[in-house]
Design a protein. Structure first.
Length: 420
């Protein structure tokens, strides 16, 4: 059996990639978890990962697009003049990168991405600072995450630093599309797909990494607007040992129906829960994980009377958000000295309900590249509304506001910081 399976996988495509860890068992105690290293064949092969940024060829458009007035920008609807792409084959590795006019892809109907979802992506932004210089925010994090996602679905990995060099050249070429007003930016969408023409289910023998960019306005053009969430208890986004921590297109399509259902009941987005036994109490709980495109933070006064900012841990079921990491880092640096406890830990909805009922709920907010932070007013859970601590006439709590100010300051270059 093993040998017949091996013959199904073309020799050239038997390669492996960055390793990632997942747990075989999630509940019970952390100590009981066994960790496996999941490696795609050959992605660790330096020859196949190498990207030659100096071989970039640029073909400029002959019909530059008009610039959409800033106030008319709709997220992800208008794109810049060009795209950047690199092709990969299992025999030759990454081929010379190209910047070309933005154009359709031509794919055979049998291309594996269209059948088996060999696709991973990233979302990042370039910001124009007050001197007109363009800044990327922690692009190394996006490249690392994209490599992990790609390796998980047997797509090739790549030299992230070389791709950042290429991104810089691409963004420089598209600079005129980046609005200079505060709050505006260029949303950058790197995407990697399996391009082999085959209906056979196996690792793609060819792939393409391409990058497109879209100018975007502020998420809240007229100031913060707190959102309402519906906690989903009839569907699960991710599970232990699954791929919830990878940024795969296949993770997003199944989330839309619950999101639409939440919308029909008047909620902006849904909140994903994970039902599991709490090892400390032996009781089943609905653990809070994340929102459709955001990680979630809750600030409460805990039962010891200490202010605590908490978010779900990176246990393989949630996306390792770049903004999540940035909020945690800034909170540890700047809120801990003010007496805060910062926790990456599992917390159930019950804890939020109790905090709200006992007057210990301070605020709840989401974190993500699109909005940076997104304040939450209420969460609907088991037919009741959990009030997240915002006074009726306010749209954002002090911690979310502080985080937004700190992050904006770094992203737009008011504060010099290694993350620029
Ligand atoms: C499922 C999910 N969680 C969290 C995030 C936030 O991640 P980041 O902070 O890197 O934008 C995103 C955004 O892409 C997401 O899609």
């Amino acid at each position: 059996m093993a040998s017949s399976l091996r013959t199904l996988i073309p020799r050239s495509a038997r390669r492996a990639g960055g390793s990632l860890l997942f747990t075989s068992r999630w509940s019970a105690s952390q100590n009981q978890r066994r960790q496996y290293s999941l490696q795609a064949p050959d992605a660790a092969d330096p020859r196949l990962r190498a990207v030659d940024a100096s071989a970039l060829s640029i073909t400029k458009t002959t019909s530059p697009k008009p610039i959409t007035p800033s106030e008319e920008l709709i997220f992800g609807r208008s794109f810049t003049d060009h795209m950047m792409s690199l092709e990969w084959t299992a025999t030759d590795g990454w081929l010379p990168p190209r910047i070309t006019p933005y154009q359709n892809l031509s794919l055979d109907p049998a291309t594996c991405v269209l059948h088996y979802a060999f696709e991973a992506f990233e979302g990042m932004k370039a910001y124009k600072d007050r001197n007109g210089d363009v800044r990327l925010f922690r692009p190394d994090k996006n490249m690392a995450r994209m490599n992990k996602s790609a390796a998980r679905i047997a797509l090739p990995t790549f030299d992230g630093e070389a791709v950042i060099e290429l991104l810089k050249k691409f963004i420089k070429l598209e600079e005129r599309f980046i609005p200079s007003q505060r709050g505006y930016s260029l949303y950058i969408r790197p995407n990697i797909i399996g391009t082999q023409r085959t209906l056979g289910v196996g690792p793609p023998g060819s792939a393409m990494l391409y990058v497109i960019a879209s100018p975007v306005g502020p998420y809240y053009p007229t100031g913060f607007k707190a959102v309402s969430l519906e906690a989903t208890d009839y569907a699960v986004r991710a599970w232990p040992g699954g791929v919830g921590a990878s940024k795969l297109g296949a993770n997003y399509a199944p989330c839309i129906v619950p999101q639409m259902q939440a919308a029909t009941r008047g909620f902006h987005q849904n909140l994903w829960l994970f039902k599991d036994i709490d090892p400390e109490t032996g009781k089943e709980e609905d653990f809070v994980t994340e929102v459709g495109t955001m990680n979630l933070f809750a600030a409460i006064v805990n039962k010891d009377g200490q202010k605590e900012l908490m978010t779900a841990p990176l246990d393989g079921t949630i996306l390792e958000g770049v903004v999540r990491d940035s909020v945690l880092t800034l909170a540890r640096e700047r809120l801990v000295p003010q007496g805060w406890k910062i926790s990456e830990r599992r917390f159930p909805m019950r804890e939020l309900v109790e905090a709200a009922n006992e007057g210990r709920m301070l605020e709840v907010f989401g974190s993500g590249t699109a909005a940076t932070v997104s304040p939450v007013r209420v969460i609907s859970y088991q037919g009741k509304l959990v009030n997240c601590g915002l006074p009726d006439n306010e749209e954002v709590g002090p911690i979310a506001l502080q985080m937004k100010d700190w992050l904006d300051g770094i992203q737009y270059g008011d504060e010099e910081h290694p993350w620029r």
